[in-house]
Design a protein around this ligand. Structure first.
Ligand code: EPZ
Length: 419
């Protein structure tokens, strides 16, 4: 087990390069199951979730190798159509293999993903969509068993805008017989990146970037090389960290168009922001103005940056309301922040945050983004803090301690028996 030891009070300054998007990588990797051959994915982050997905695909016969930020995947010899619980329990995104498997092989056995630190994570929309495409779905002993004699195009409306369900159904429809129309499809950049990859592989998709996708099924697809999109949530995390420490930081290798809601809220809170090409710089030399957020599907304020924003508002002179409409219970970071001295009251899915004086403590979280929020709070807390269970952070942030130290933070990774 590792922990981070942080001395608060350092101002962040300098430049930091943002890695490829975790959630795009986890959507793109399973697509190698749709076509045989060698794929190359550039700008791939070296993070635990990529290793987990590589291991899962490896058990199906895909040879995966990450050299630097280039991920090599050879899907010439698929030997299994099963995603076992041992792998799926580590990462919900494993369910993204379901669509490609049923589309190309007519069968799949995928463990139901469990819940996660911030509540249940149902997959009803995934299964309903696949049934509409002609898959027979049964649930046995915690596994999804899917089979078909051939998928056929259908009209599918998502009751809830779901990133994962859109990705799974899109990746099945590309090989279905006939045309599929998806309405209320998710608009997240990671979904658009997936659609673009599929088109590059030979799929026929109209409406990319909108919430209505029309897919004309094709007979086969082919292997390709692709450049991954930058990680908008990592970028948001660093922009907020810089603002919290009253620093001046330039984040590079980002797509500013993916961060319009976060940039707008940073400016509302009093930050100076400059956007040039694939770089965003943020400067802050005073306490932020109290600034409410309500998370929403893209292009709204991302739920994956809710915890980070809540930490930021602890420094404001006044009270802010932080509401999460995507995951109503995604507030496990609150009791940990309260141990640092944070003044926060919860009312259903809203946190009422007061300006607080934070002092160092030992904290931990079981949610990737909550752990990031605790690091941000520790950067500004008085004295020393320790963040336990760092492996949650390693799932989605590449060398976060090195990147923060490179900006002047006093942060060190320490081996520990503490759990
Ligand atoms: C993706 O999860 C992301 N993960 C999450 O990021 C992110 O928080 C989430 O989208 C929302 O933006 C990956 O891309 C790997 P959803 P996903 O399906 O696809 C409900 C991170 O920190 N729902 O868009 O699982 C669901 O309960 C992670 O990087 C159903 O009811 O999210 C939620 O309330 C955490 N039935 C809402 O939809 C379903 O079948 C949105 O979930 C599917 C979802």
């Amino acid at each position: 087990m590792d922990k981070f030891v942080i001395e608060g009070g350092q101002r962040l300054s300098g430049r930091v390069r943002i890695s490829g998007a975790k959630n795009a990588t986890l959507a793109l990797m399973p697509m190698v199951l749709l076509a045989p051959g060698v794929f190359r994915l550039h700008n791939t982050p070296n993070i635990r979730d990529v290793w987990t997905m590589s291991r899962l695909l490896g058990e199906m016969g895909v040879h995966c190798e990450l050299n630097g930020d280039e991920l090599f995947l050879d899907s010439s010899n698929i030997t299994s159509h099963e995603a076992p619980y041992e792998q799926v329990k580590k990462m919900r995104a494993s369910i993204n293999v379901l669509g490609p498997l049923i589309a190309r092989y007519g069968e799949a056995k995928v463990s139901l993903p469990g819940g996660c630190a911030f509540g249940p994570r149902p997959v009803d929309l995934h299964l309903k969509g696949l049934e509409k495409l002609g898959a027979e779905i049964t649930i046995e002993n915690g596994y999804i068993l899917a089979k078909t004699n051939g998928l056929r195009g259908a009209k599918i409306h998502f009751d809830i805008s779901s990133v994962g369900a859109t990705e799974n159904i899109l990746s099945a429809a590309v090989l279905a017989n006939g045309t599929t129309l998806l309405t209320n499809a998710a608009l997240e950049p990671e979904v658009t990146a997936l659609a673009r990859l599929l088109v590059k592989m030979g799929a026929k998709i109209n409406g990319i970037g909108t919430n209505m996708l029309e897919i004309e099924g094709v007979k086969e697809l082919h292997a390709v090389e692709e450049e991954n999109i930058p990680d908008r949530i990592e970028a948001a995390t660093f922009l907020i960290a810089a603002a919290m420490t009253r620093g001046k930081v330039l984040v590079e290798n980002v797509n500013p168009y993916h961060l319009t809601a976060v940039i707008s809220k940073l400016e509302e809170a009093g930050c100076s922001i400059d956007v040039t090409g694939n770089c965003i710089s943020v400067e802050m030399d005073e306490a932020p103005r109290p600034t409410d957020i309500t998370t929403a599907t893209y292009p709204g304020f991302p739920t994956d940056s809710q915890a980070q924003w809540l930490a930021f508002m602890l420094l404001a002179d006044g009270s802010s309301r932080i509401t999460d409409t995507i995951y109503h219970t995604r507030f496990h970071h609150v009791p940990e922040l309260q141990r640092l001295g944070a003044k926060i009251e919860m009312a259903e899915n809203t946190a009422l945050v007061q300006g607080s004086v934070l002092s160092g403590a030992t904290v931990m979280s079981a949610d990737l983004r909550a752990s990031a929020c605790l690091i941000l709070a520790a950067l500004v807390a008085e004295g020393r803090s320790e963040i336990l269970r760092v492996y949650h952070l390693d799932r989605g942030y590449e060398a976060i301690e090195k990147k923060l130290a490179g900006l002047g933070a006093s942060i060190e990774r320490v081996k520990t028996e503490e759990y």
